[in-house]
Design a protein around this ligand. Structure first.
Ligand code: ADP
Length: 316
């Protein structure tokens, strides 16, 4: 950690500046003030008690300190409430904007696809190439809006997960099939192996599909030339494990703690300028944990990364 980071961690005003709070509303600062006041009051009371041997003086000073702590405590509560209110407003804002953007973007999808089929008239190569760019950008925007909606649902506890008994192996195979062309185009090999018989697991099929899509997409995106991706499914006691190993760019050790935080992207991938929003793993973790599973990874920069998750096996 560099000095700037350490100072930022010590500075009680860092969070308050972000939330635009004044000193009298800043919980971190008020908390320190309260601590100092308590220390001062303890020493003052000790000195007064020694000097005067007078219970009224001691009771008076203790009452004064109690009132001061009560007032400061009230300010702290108001500051915390204001911070929580800002977070709720921000979340509502993201949710409203994303909802408003979703319909026009989804409406663009079908006309663009219809044009691309050329049923409405033949297009020349340049027109087709512009159309492809439009489609790609539109799909990217739809994904971003859907991810933002998921993030806002996760943050205020509205994300719905509907577990049922599912054939996880089938889902994993169909996702891998969907990515085969992209992998081939990037000169990347993907393999999927199942150790033993794959049992049914209890999870939401759509949500789990999106988890696998995200992890496979990342493994491809962060692979180097001639990449190799291995997916292994195996049973471990009453859990079923999914493991995806790549030999790509890896995650720098000092940034590994932040990998599941929303909007986080490691500096080595930012340098490569691959596209991304840093929302995928935040959502993936929330889905796995919301399905009663566990998720983790290990990674070495320039060697590769293995992400894994486990989910409960369905009771027969
Ligand atoms: P995005 O891929 O859109 O940036 P994610 O939340 O999926 O968002 O991933 C967050 C970050 O984690 C990525 O930006 C990248 O720094 C790192 N990461 C995820 N998967 C891998 C991987 N397989 N190899 C290396 N880095 C990865």
């Amino acid at each position: 950690m560099n000095i700037k980071k350490i100072l930022e961690n010590i500075d009680p005003f860092t969070q308050c500046r972000k939330h635009n709070l004044k000193a009298r509303e800043c919980p971190g600062f008020l908390f320190i003030l309260m601590g100092l006041l308590t220390l001062l009051a303890m020493s003052g009371t000790y000195l007064l008690a020694e000097e005067y041997y007078n219970p009224e003086v001691v009771v008076g000073s203790v009452s004064f300190v109690a009132i001061a702590i009560f007032v400061l405590g009230n300010f702290i509560i108001r500051g915390v409430e204001k911070m929580a209110e800002t977070a709720i407003l921000k979340n509502e804002f993201i949710s409203i904007v994303s909802h408003q953007l979703k319909s026009p973007l989804t409406n663009f999808k079908w006309p663009l696809e219809l044009l691309a089929t050329q049923k409405l008239g033949a297009l020349n190569e340049k027109q087709l190439s512009y159309l492809k760019d439009l489609q790609e950008n539109n799909n990217r925007m739809i994904k971003l809006v859907n991810d933002l909606l998921d993030v806002s649902r996760i943050e205020d506890g509205r994300m719905k997960i509907k577990p049922q008994n599912i054939h996880f192996e089938e889902i994993a195979r169909s996702v891998v099939d969907d990515f085969l062309n992209l992998a081939k185009a990037n000169n990347i090999e993907i393999s999927l192996n199942v150790n033993g018989n794959a049992p049914l697991i209890k999870a939401d099929p759509e949500r789990i599909r999106s988890v696998v899509q995200n992890l496979v997409d990342n493994a491809i995106k962060y692979s180097k030339a001639k990449g190799k991706i291995e997916i292994i499914l195996k049973r471990e006691k009453n859990k079923f494990c999914f493991k995806i190993k790549d030999n790509g760019v890896g995650i720098p050790k000092k940034q590994q703690k932040q990998i599941f935080k929303k909007f986080f992207r490691s500096e080595n991938v930012l340098k490569r300028q691959t596209e991304g929003t840093g929302l995928g793993l935040f959502i993936v973790k929330a889905i796995i944990q919301g399905s009663g599973g566990k998720i983790g990874f290990n990674s070495e920069e320039n060697k590769g990364t293995t992400f894994w998750f486990s989910l409960p096996i369905a009771k027969s």
